[in-house]
Design a protein around this ligand. Structure first.
Ligand code: Y12
Ligand code: CO
Length: 173
């Protein structure tokens, strides 16, 4: 499956993703194709809508203490629901769909996640640290929400100006 990353301000990023009902080969092909895209672009998280598939699927590969990513740490998360959330944390986030922009975003520090794996089995996960942040960032994508939506009015205005300029430069080069 040939996939490319959808970048802001593409309107598809605003779609609300639909529940996955069939845990079939099509889903497995999508998951298998999302992984190399995420790894080749130095990503740690990717939602299906970022590759133009509006279904409730996301993948995560959180780096270890040395900053290395290992395939055995890959998490494939389907139809996620957060059942508990607590605390507060701030982290400088980036997004493969909003290239070259990073900003401090406030999130819950810990959470409990219920989800399904690629076979449709129900799973539970207690998350904190970068994993909890990444889950919240990627789950926002399923609702059509981007991290830039959480910026103050003034910061968002500045972002829009900088982003337009940067896009022009990228097109010219
Ligand atoms: C903490 C904060 C954000 C997340 C969501 C997942 N975000 C990413 O995986 C972002 C990746 C990213 C990678 C980039 O590198 C390349 O594209 C080669 C990047 O660089 C540029 O845009 C130039 C920006 C973001 C999880 C946890
Ligand atoms: Co993102």
């Amino acid at each position: 499956m040939k996939l490319t990353i959808v970048e802001y301000p593409d309107k598809r990023l605003r779609l609300k993703s639909k529940e996955v009902k069939n845990f079939d080969k099509k889903l497995h092909d999508l998951l298998d194709s999302m992984y190399p895209i995420m790894m080749n672009t130095n990503g740690i998280g990717l939602a299906a809508i970022q590759v133009a598939q509006a279904i409730r699927v996301l993948i995560l590969n959180i780096p270890d203490e040395e900053g290395e990513q290992h395939q055995e740490n890959l998490l494939e998360i389907i139809n996620p629901v957060i059942s508990k959330r607590a605390g507060e944390t701030v982290y400088q986030e980036g997004c493969l769909s909003v290239p070259q922009f990073y900003e401090d975003i406030k999130r819950h520090a810990t959470l409990t996640l219920n989800y399904q794996d690629r076979e449709g089995n129900t799973k539970n996960l207690e998350a904190d640290g970068l994993l909890a942040i990444a889950i919240q960032h990627e789950m926002d994508h399923l609702e059509g929400i981007l991290f830039i939506d959480k910026l103050s009015y003034a910061r968002r205005k500045k972002f829009e100006k900088e982003y337009k300029r940067m896009q022009k430069e990228r097109k010219a080069s």
